[in-house]
Design a protein around this ligand. Structure first.
Ligand code: GLN
Ligand code: ZN
Length: 755
């Protein structure tokens, strides 16, 4: 019988119960016992749910109280030494300090988990890092699962992936030197799990989908040779991309099974089926763990039937990756459009899809005829729905000229036209868009959403905030003003709500890090802008002042990156649709007299594919989408973009290809290091490197800002340099914002006078 298993299940709970537990514990509203009891109940609920859905091997160890990579560090007894904690005797309070920092130590660095929006805590490796097996917590959870009558499969981060994800601290050395000791530790862990009754252990090695250096690749065979000595069956899990190029290596590894992500890379199945070793299981990850679309069961069954004919019982079924990246349960969505809802499947629904596939394979398609008909109907209704297909959008895109810049003339001539009317001083000052989202603003929005405040009252409240922001910026003496984004809850949701083709859930939360969750909108259909989105706010702000007010939009790549995206069109095409809708907005803003417009792209780098060979194609369509936003604008209209919190050095040509007149970037945390790359590359247009970090309430001193600006002046000619903070100010309070910006303006003026 085909085995159904999961790589992992969302741990936050259908109603973000884990978040409530964590935050109540941090605020000391509940004690440790209540936290741990709540977490245990949540795990049990998830296991019972899986059991009820027919999952035969339930994951154990996928439930982390804060982060699974932190848990892996504890498991191998290798916590960052700077905390001075003993992994074997770690308290719950200490556990959270690693993730959140304490009075003496900043938290572990956080970075994105492959190409997802989940952030993990980065291990810190020293030449002297030692490992010791610390399986107590995992064994306890294994016991919990077994007590529920489940056959449980412990899930561990594989040793090579764990090493790879860590950063070298202190003197440079090759992380692979830690491998032999780490493998010994894993052997102990595996032995302990086997002794506790685990038949299978899953080792996740998602780095197999990256461009791995040859020495890392070469380390797989000897490492797994060593691990295979343990008395358990190993299931090696790959995901997030194709591993077909390593097929020979993987077939020869002494593991009992291999998992493939067949949602991301369905074509790789052939490379493995061909001469799959007779003693190994092949786990087909056919249900998409990264997206929310209902599976096309009939279409999935075709390759699975062929695979089963070859493999028999050795074919297993699973989601493509851990369901961590999916919302929990669609059944809770009572306000979602009913037709759109029939096209979706969240984690719980995906379990049912697996069960149906299994029955279809075992008993034949006739045995699931009604369910197959339902699945077919969902697919065909989605294909045909007028909600999805807007001929006008498709026709407009088809008629577009593609290619290079969509502006009339190149940057130097545009810059002259812009200078002529803007009349800005050298080193002009500006901000990134948002001003403090005060309690009053949030209260007004909540009241409006609950129907306690009518539209006119809400509008008036937002106008008062905009006026306040304009007056304060004038008093500070800033050169290019913003309206402050008071009316926006979130930079993607705000636009998605006004565009066609977007749906919003009530409980579609996905963990981002720790207790933080995001609720990505769902792009299900052709995107179109039925009406102006920001124009009235921008025009109102501009009416209050004689200084230029910068319009503020979220760029097409960021709109895409922070949403669940339809799977019936290439991402590049969805991006073009969004760009076209934004172009309508940009032109309407220009027409209404808003002639400086910022199009934010903080997620531009995030969209990069895992494999470098795929970078050029992505960067080509991403920069083309940005240029499309600006098509047809007058040369005198100045386009800004903004990016933050990522590395840009290796994609500078693609950033330049966006051809924004001005880019503002976050740089102060790296002490302007980032900027020197822009200098070396000879970035051709204007740049505003952030001169202070907006993440802390600390007010930067004038000297500190001056030092950073001088560094910037050494790399970028003064006539192309702007002065601004690192990012938006919505999380700050007004007093510190006013003090910091006053310092910034004073420094700009002083340096100007000296130029
Ligand atoms: N304009 C946005 C703001 O200021 C930009 C936010 C971002 O970069 N993430 O809030
Ligand atoms: Zn930013």
């Amino acid at each position: 019988m085909t085995t159904i298993h999961l790589l992992g299940f969302p741990r936050i709970g259908a109603r973000r119960e884990l978040k409530q537990l964590q935050e109540s514990y941090w605020q000391q509203a509940i004690d440790e016992a209540a936290l741990l009891k709540g977490a245990r109940e949540l795990r049990q609920r998830h296991w019972l749910l899986q059991k009820g859905a027919g999952v035969e091997l339930a994951p154990v160890g996928d439930f982390a109280l804060y982060d699974h990579v932190l848990d892996a560090q504890i498991l191998v007894g290798a916590l960052p030494t700077r905390f001075g904690f003993d992994a074997a005797a770690l308290t719950t309070a200490q556990y959270f300090e690693l993730g959140r920092g304490n009075a003496h130590q900043p938290a572990l660095e956080m970075t994105k988990w492959f190409d997802t929006n989940y952030h993990y805590l980065v291990p810190e490796w020293h030449a002297g890092t030692a490992f010791s097996a610390n399986p107590a917590a995992l064994l306890a959870q294994l016991g919990e699962a077994q007590a529920l009558g489940l056959k449980a499969k412990p899930v561990l981060l594989g040793p090579l992936t764990l090493l790879w994800l860590g950063k070298v601290k202190g003197a440079a050395f090759d992380r692979l030197r830690l491998l032999p000791a780490l493998l010994e530790c894993y052997r102990e862990l595996l032995a302990a799990l086997a002794a506790a009754g685990a038949e299978w252990v899953q080792l996740d090695e998602p780095i197999l989908a990256l461009d791995l250096p040859p020495d890392w690749l070469a380390a797989f065979a000897p490492s797994y040779q060593r691990l295979a000595e343990a008395p358990v069956k190993l299931l090696l899990a790959s995901y997030f991309g194709s591993v077909a190029e390593h097929a020979d290596l993987l077939k020869a590894l002494p593991v009992a099974g291999l998992h493939l992500d067949l949602a991301r890379a369905p074509q790789q199945l052939d490379a493995f089926l061909a001469d799959w070793p007779a003693d190994k299981v092949l786990s087909a990850g056919v249900i998409d763990g990264r997206n929310v679309w209902r599976a096309d069961l009939g279409a999935l069954l075709t390759p699975l039937e062929a695979a089963r004919a070859r493999l028999g019982e050795r074919l297993w079924l699973a989601p493509s990756c851990s369901l961590l990246h999916c919302p929990v349960d669609l059944a809770q969505e009572l306000t979602l459009d009913v037709e759109v809802k029939t096209w979706l499947a969240f984690a719980v629904q995906k379990l049912n899809e697996l069960k149906l596939l299994k029955r279809g394979l075992r008993d034949g398609r006739d045995a699931i005829a009604p369910e197959l008909a339902g699945s077919d109907h969902a697919q065909s209704s989605r294909r045909a729905s007028p909600r999805i297909h807007r001929p006008t959008v498709q026709a407009r895109l088809a008629a577009l000229a593609g290619g290079g810049s969509q502006r009339h003339r190149p940057y130097p001539q545009r810059a002259a036209a812009q200078r002529a009317w803007l009349n800005l001083p050298v080193l002009p000052t500006t901000t990134i868009g948002s001003f403090p989202q005060t309690a009053a603003i949030r209260a007004a929005r909540a009241a409006f959403k609950q129907g306690e405040l009518e539209a006119a009252g809400y509008d008036a409240a937002m106008r008062r905030e905009i006026e306040l922001a304009i007056r304060r910026q004038e008093a500070l003496g800033l050169d290019v003003l913003v309206h402050g984004e008071a009316e926006r809850n979130d930079m993607v949701e705000y636009f998605g709500e006004q565009l066609s083709g977007y749906a919003f859930t009530r409980y579609g939360w996905v963990q981002s890090y720790g207790s933080r969750c995001v609720k990505p909108p769902i792009i299900y259909g052709d995107v179109e802008r039925p009406a102006a989105m920001t124009v009235r706010w921008a025009v109102y702000a501009q009416s209050l002042t004689s200084r230029p007010v910068k319009g503020m939009l979220t760029g097409p790549v960021t709109m895409l990156q922070w949403s669940f995206v339809r799977d019936d069109l290439p991402r590049s095409e969805v991006c073009r649709q969004i760009a076209l809708a934004l172009n309508d907005e940009v032109l309407e803003l220009e027409n209404a007299g808003i002639r400086v417009i910022q199009i934010d792209e903080p997620a531009y780098r995030e969209g990069l594919p895992l494999k470098r060979a795929e970078w050029p194609a992505y960067l080509a369509w991403a920069s083309a989408a940005f240029r499309l936003c600006c098509a047809g604008l007058d040369d005198a209209t100045q386009i800004h973009t903004h990016m933050c919190y990522s590395e840009f050095n290796d994609i500078l040509p693609a950033i330049a290809a966006m051809d924004a007149d001005v880019i503002t970037i976050e740089t102060s945390r790296s002490d302007m290091e980032l900027l020197s790359a822009f200098g070396d590359f000879a970035y051709p247009n204007e740049i505003g490197p952030g001169v202070y970090d907006i993440h802390s309430p600390r007010v930067p001193g004038e000297q500190e800002i001056e030092n950073l600006l001088k560094k910037a002046l050494a790399v970028i000619p003064a006539e192309r340099l702007w002065v601004n903070p690192d990012c938006g100010l919505k999380t700050r309070g007004w007093p510190e914002v006013e003090a910091a910006l006053a310092h910034m303006v004073a420094v700009a003026r002083r340096l100007r006078a000296r130029l």
